[in-house]
Design a binder for this molecule. Structure first.
Ligand code: NDP
Length: 394
């Protein structure tokens, strides 16, 4: 029985807090802290057990250290923004507590995904005798665990990996993002990148697409090649992979709006002077767009995220798809969030549970595929994200 400190009180946090609160035998005490304590109190008011709330600026290491020293948690779950990953890791190092996040560090002034900044902490975490688990959301997160599970049970070698993320749901808004708009638009408007035969190849943003036929009645949808952070850790830890790509669906409506916003400069992340004041256009745009949390009651339909994997088992070629389907309305009914936050928050809770129960342990900084996938896969079935596998025969 443990105490957990959760940082951030946005869409993903809403799910993490609800899910942790559902398992008091693991998460005995919960402290929820964010920049704005009112948001923490709002989440706390939805629960049927008491939790503690606090205010903290997660970019201020001394404030974080004071908060950790006051509450003495067993571990910290970071569901604030990627910009705060390193300051929060610094505070964990100073206080000697374990760390988990769902997205890799990004500098504010450059839309760049790269594990180097956090992998640079490996020796420091080892020396301190503590653990950091990186990317315990869905993608990254469950997609890493799916790949590790496939390798453990169905393949001798994995050669090709396609991670495919489909949101076949709709919120009925002219333009909105399903998670933090600033992070989402930075990710989507970045250049595409994929791995082939030991090299990274770049593509113009969203310039490569194809049709993929999704299971369980979702049917054919257009998927676009993008870069996603789990590709970097998966090709490092599973070196037989010859090709690794990431794909996502977007509606034509979303892409048309994004194009116009880009064309007029609203997605820029460099400062511009407006009325004598510096503003970042993308941050201003975020203030205008619907809060992703407000989409919860409006979103209908399903998501389907999975890994399409090719390789060999006992010298025979195998093609395999492992996936989850999540229903936006069912997620909202359970935790008052749509499926994008749900599919991220549930794995964050499970990752924390793996660490607190000692099923996953180690000193240093780890990615999800470095641990035994089986207990995590069992918990996905148990806590709301059941998965299915298809062996593809041609
Ligand atoms: P939100 O913007 O909804 O929530 C972020 C929260 O962090 C907000 O409560 C925000 O405060 C708080 N915050 C921001 N800056 C600070 C700060 N300096 N100090 C303290 N708190 C701060 O984002 P989401 O919930 O949608 O996303 C959370 C994380 O999950 C992100 O890192 C995102 O990239 C990641 N993610 C991962 C996915 C995966 O599958 N791996 C998928 C989707 C998201 P305030 O409310 O005041 O703005």
């Amino acid at each position: 029985m443990s105490k957990v400190l959760i940082i951030g009180a946005g869409g993903v946090s809403q799910v993490v807090v609800h899910k942790c609160a559902q398992i008091p035998e693991v998460f005995k005490d919960i402290v929820l802290a964010s920049r704005n304590e009112e948001k923490c109190k709002k989440i706390a008011s939805q629960l049927n057990r008491p939790i503690t709330t606090a205010q903290v600026d997660a970019e201020n290491v001394p404030q974080l250290v004071a908060l950790i020293k006051k509450h003495k948690p067993d571990m910290l779950i970071n569901v604030a923004l990627p910009y705060q990953d390193l300051t929060i890791m610094d505070a964990c190092l100073e206080t000697g507590i374990n760390y988990l996040d769902t997205a890799n560090y990004e500098p504010k002034d450059e839309a760049k995904f790269c594990y180097k900044w956090q992998w640079d902490y490996i020796d420091k975490f080892k020396e301190k005798g503590i653990m950091a688990l990186l990317g315990s959301g869905f993608d990254p997160g469950v997609t890493n665990v799916y790949t590790a599970y496939a390798l453990k049970h169905h393949f001798d070698e994995i050669h090709e990996l396609d991670i495919i993320d489909c949101n076949a749901g709709s919120h009925g808004q002219p333009f909105a993002t399903n998670f933090n708009p600033e992070i989402n638009i930075r990710e989507v408007s970045a250049r595409g990148k994929y791995y082939v035969n030991g090299e990274w190849k770049e593509t113009d943003p969203l310039s490569v697409n194809k049709i993929y036929d999704f299971p369980e009645g979702i049917g054919p949808m257009k998927i676009y090649l993008m870069y996603h952070e789990e590709l970097e850790s998966l090709v490092k830890h599973i070196p037989t992979i010859k090709r690794a790509r990431f794909w996502m669906t977007f509606s034509d409506n979303y892409l048309n709006h994004l194009k116009v916003l880009e064309n007029v400069g609203m997605t820029r992340i460099d400062p511009v002077i407006y009325n004598g004041q510096e503003i970042i256009p993308l941050q201003f745009l975020k203030a205008l767009l619907p809060d992703p949390a407000s989409l919860g009651p409006l979103t209908k339909g399903r998501t389907c995220i999975g890994c399409l994997i090719k390789g060999i088992k006992e010298r025979k070629e195998v093609e395999y798809f492992v996936y989850n389907i999540c229903d936006h309305e069912a997620a909202y009914k359970e935790v008052q969030s749509q499926a994008i936050s749900y599919t991220t928050g549930v794995p964050a809770m499970i990752g924390a549970k793996m660490m607190l129960t000692g099923k996953w342990k180690g000193n240093g900084v780890f990615n999800m595929e470095q641990f035994d996938p089986d207990p995590f896969m069992d918990d996905l079935n148990k806590y709301g994200l059941p998965w299915k596998e298809i062996f593809i025969t041609t």
